[in-house]
Design a protein around this ligand. Sequence first.
Ligand code: FEO
Length: 394
Amino acid sequence: MKAREIRPEVYWVGAIDWDRRLFDALIPLPDGTSYNSYLIKGSEKTALIDTVDPTKENVLLNHLNQLGVENIDYVIANHAEPDHSGTIPRVLEQYPQAKVVATPKCKDMLIDLLMIPESRFMTVGDKETVSLGDRTLEFIHAPWVHWPETMLTYLREDKILFSCDFFGSHLATTDLYVTDEGQVYEAAKRYYGEIMMPFRTTIQNNLEKIKGYQIDIIAPSHGPMYDQPEFILKAYHSWAFDEPKNIVVVPYTSMHRSTLKMVEYLVGALVQRGVTVKQFDLTVTDIGKLAMALVDAATVVIGTPTVLAGPHPNAAYAAFLTNALRPNLRFVSIIGSYGWGGKTVEQLAGMIPNLKVELLEPVLSQGLPGEADFRALENLAETIAQKHKEQNLV
Ligand code: FEO
């Protein structure tokens, strides 16, 4: 594929990774991803905005060769994570006069991660600008989207916001811009849930910060660009600011079907009371789907048997992950079966210190659940439904 023109002398020069299926050895990529890099040829200077994952460095270098780029003055590093910075050393080799433009924090991280010599850097402050002649780049410090060093780059004359991971989606597509809003909404929400949700408060601040900018195009570093930015701005606003919804997420695992019976009973009792439920069998679920469900949920009920005196490791993983993702939850509970005892509740409850939640009375059944256990599950469903009503969650 060739470089693609966005505006006169502004090009997409990135790489599409159709076949990648895992990111950070953690995050499933059911639809692949892309590493977007952008070239701006000003009347006096040329800038490259972010690079690509080092596995795709030849794709980027070919794009630059095809465009006849003999000189790059600035390599803008919006973010130090190697899927965007990993090809900077190769670009610096090919363009020995190029300077890496970064926040002071990003400079330190790039020295640590890629051993780029300090002499190759030019650091920029918040709202500082660099002139390319007929075009101006403004750098907007936007920490914690999603590392501490991140910034956005705004091309003033063309009103393009190069937002790096902010507003991104892991989606391999030949569409330069969003064409299928439903598909991109899901991919962007998955991305938000997995990557951005732990930093919801700073996301709110950064959304406020860019309100003053006129933006015709948002050009993220993953997934298609937004030529109607309202679509993604509205979605992010809702994910970051809205109250949670009348939704219960039930991640569970079951060894001999006792916990499964309890999960099924609770789900039925919640649905009868008008609560939406999203149920995930942790042995098969895609954790991106779980992360997405957590964006809107008010309550999580973890279902687990007791194994070796504690929660099943799958349930411990779900609790650890939920704690790390810091969704905007209000309530948590635990249900499941045990054979002869253990500390399942104490151990799981101790794994979620980041969540500002009320722990609702757990329901544990010795062996197969019986009448009394089902009554307790009925009570738990009633409590959840009432709590959601009291908080006006819809
Ligand atoms: Fe796409 Fe945080 O790197």
